[in-house]
Design a protein around this ligand. Structure first.
Ligand SMILES: C[S@@+](CC[C@H](N)C(=O)[O-])C[C@H]1O[C@@H](n2cnc3c(N)ncnc32)[C@H](O)[C@@H]1O
Length: 202
């Protein structure tokens, strides 16, 4: 079976499907957790030569490895890599943006102590909503298999479940036949016409 059709492989694969459906050439988008640049590279491909990706991380290694990845594919001119916490995204990006992608946790292969933190993750998710274009999406991949990730998941679920239904549609994916530690995906889409009936009611 082709990888592309294995859509329920994991939370990241699910997120990718939604991002592919939502992002068009020329869009401006944000990678809120750059890491080793896998998501930044995907976003650069999706926005094409006329679009732009702004990516954040707090670790210089993340910027180095992402830069190398993008350079190798000639994608670097589509991206701005910023060494700063994602909770500051509103200071760096004017918006509107079509997508903001979060892949929480730590940099693979690096110190696990440098992980995303519940409080800043929530502030960043709030900042992302303020930058979102109508019909834009925020994708949140959350890893409850470690203590901080479990806190992050419950805080993000509580917060996103309380968002006004006239402004946002919120979907929570979790693999119900797998361990509780399995990554979850939360998606938030800004309603095209805030103030009208939400999509599910139409
Ligand atoms: C799971 S990794 C991201 C994986 C990445 N998207 C990829 O495709 O390789 C999570 C990243 O979040 C970063 N991080 C931690 N706190 C952060 C913050 N406040 N703002 C931005 N990035 C943060 C970590 O340094 C780590 O690189």
């Amino acid at each position: 079976m082709s990888d592309e059709r294995y859509i329920l492989r994991n939370a990241r694969a699910l997120a990718e499907g939604y991002l592919r459906a939502s992002i068009r050439e020329g869009d401006s988008v944000i990678d809120a957790t750059m890491g080793n640049g896998g998501d930044t590279r995907l976003l650069c491909r999706l926005v094409g030569p006329s679009g732009h990706v702004t990516a954040f991380d707090v670790q210089p290694e993340a910027l180095r490895s992402t830069k190398a990845k993008l350079e190798a594919e000639g994608l670097l001119d589509r991206a701005t890599l910023i060494l700063a916490g994602h909770e500051t995204m509103g200071d760096h990006v004017a918006g509107p943006v079509q997508a903001v992608v979060f892949n929480f946790g730590w940099l693979p292969g690096a110190d696990h102590a440098v992980t995303t933190r519940c409080e800043t993750s929530l502030r960043a998710a709030e900042a992302a909503l303020r930058l979102l274009a109508p019909d834009g999406i925020v994708s949140l991949c959350v890893y409850p298999g470690h203590e901080e990730g479990a806190r992050e998941l419950s805080a993000l679920v509580r917060w996103s479940a309380g968002l006004p239904v006239r402004e946002f549609n919120v979907l929570h994916h979790r693999f119900i036949n797998a361990a509780d530690s399995t990554p979850n995906l939360i998606l938030i889409q800004k309603n095209v016409q805030s103030g009208t009936k939400r999509q599910q009611e139409i």
